[in-house]
Design a protein around this ligand. Structure first.
Ligand code: GLY
Length: 334
């Protein structure tokens, strides 16, 4: 038996499967192995949440023109970093409890190259700064004032420290109670994590966030931690996470998903096992928090799974671009 034979799902004779099989020119492939079919897509771009749709559009456009999956994921998430209405990514995001916006981001490619920035202020595109850390320094991660000074040295403009109108309004409302509750995902979005595979099989990922709303000043989540918010390995696949960062860091979430795939799990099985472990390690908080994982393996199979209902993800391949609801461990009524 092939080591990954457990990954494929039973052949169904749906019309869509038959159409795919009937057209050899389509880049979406379906493999028949002993009456078993596994759908794979190369290229394929996945992003967390509905804000991933325009981000994926940009990534797809870049990938189509350049065949460069690293450029694609970087340019893709920059769209979300620039979205003036987004409250969980970029400088327009919700501030910490002192009213200051601090950003976290990471980027990685499948040969192990990676870079990240955390607790950085005044930089509109922390994902591009993370890429500069990866490409221009011998380090993986720069934080706070050091990251800001590095950005200045690299020619990044400094943005004015001023809350966006939406963030300002939300912060003022929060100040009334100033309740310090690290509950995430109340608006059904948090962080953009994007992972992608090119037609050449090269993988890359990018993850960027303004982090937990009203966090303690200095708090850093999973998104800039390589192996927590993002992990990519061309030998296996890629994974990214969204949700309450502390819970993801506790299980090295994205690294765990990739390692489970290395051991033969499908992307879906790997995401489900990571959520199972996360719920065990974060049992006291689990009712009030959300986490979702996304994964792609090197064949171009994908998976997604969350703690609670409500996590969706944007998928873009040569046949379609769709927003899909992820399955979850707990149901709506708990
Ligand atoms: N996942 C984003 C954060 O916890 O900051």
């Amino acid at each position: 038996m092939k080591p990954n034979s457990r990954r494929v799902f039973l052949r169904n004779t749906s019309i869509s499967s038959l159409v795919l099989l009937a057209n050899p020119l389509k880049s979406c492939s379906s493999k028949i192995e002993n009456k078993i079919v596994s759908e794979t897509y190369k290229p394929l771009i996945l992003s967390t949440w509905a804000h991933g749709i325009p981000a994926n559009d940009k990534a797809w456009d870049v990938l189509s023109k350049t065949d460069n999956i690293l450029d694609a994921v970087e340019q893709g998430v920059r769209v979300t970093e620039s979205d003036p209405d987004n409250l969980s990514v970029g400088l327009q995001g919700l501030p910490d409890r002192d009213g200051i916006v601090t950003l976290d981001a990471s980027i990685m490619i499948g040969d192990g190259s990676c870079g990240s920035v955390s607790f950085v202020r005044q930089i509109k595109h922390p994902i591009s700064l993370a890429r500069q850390v990866m490409e221009k320094t011998p380090h993986v991660m720069l934080s706070g004032e050091g990251a800001r000074l590095f950005a200045i040295a690299q020619g990044f403009p400094l943005e004015e420290e001023k809350l966006s109108p939406k963030a300002e309004k939300a912060y003022r409302e929060w100040l009334v109670q100033s309740a310090y509750k690290p509950i995430i995902n109340i608006e059904n979005h948090d962080t953009i994590g994007m992972i992608g595979i090119g037609k050449d099989g090269k993988l890359a990922g990018a993850c960027t966030t303004s982090g937990l709303a009203y966090k303690m000043h200095g708090r850093v989540g999973d998104s800039p931690i390589i192996g927590a918010g993002l992990y990519v390995d061309d030998e296996v696949g890629a994974a990214t996470a969204t949700g309450l960062g502390e819970s993801v860091i506790r299980i090295c979430g994205s690294f765990l998903v990739v390692e489970l795939m290395r051991q033969g799990r499908s992307p879906q099985e790997a995401c489900e096992e990571a959520v199972r472990r996360l719920t065990v390690k974060n049992a006291s908080q689990i009712a009030d928090m959300q986490v979702g994982f996304l994964a792609i393996n090197k064949e171009g199979e994908f998976g997604a799974y969350a703690v609670h209902p409500g996590f969706n993800f944007a998928m873009h391949h040569s046949e379609a671009k769709v927003l899909k609801d992820a399955k979850s461990k707990f149901s709506d009524n708990g």
